[in-house]
Design a protein around this ligand. Structure first.
Ligand code: SF4
Ligand code: SF4
Length: 66
């Protein structure tokens, strides 16, 4: 089991909301798109998924982020 956080960059408009709400500072903006900069720190809380207005970031069932 386990989930990993995934970004669909074609939907990301770079608003930075997910960066602001991530309690573990996993996410960062690079050239106006989200990068999962510290996947090892992700606690799978779902805040990014919840707050993204464009459904561009979400937790996906599957292998853990490395
Ligand atoms: S699930 Fe939580 S800890 Fe992981 S990237 Fe999203 S907001 Fe950050
Ligand atoms: S909240 Fe969504 S649209 Fe905004 S920067 Fe994050 S992933 Fe991109």
């Amino acid at each position: 089991m386990g989930k990993k956080v995934v970004v669909d960059k074609k939907w990301c408009k770079g608003c930075g909301i997910c960066v602001a709400f991530c309690p573990k500072k996993v996410l960062g903006l690079v050239d106006g798109k989200i990068e999962i900069e510290r996947p090892e720190d992700c606690i799978k809380c779902g805040q990014c998924e919840l707050r993204c207005p464009d459904y561009a970031i979400y937790l996906e069932e599957g292998t853990e982020n490395e």
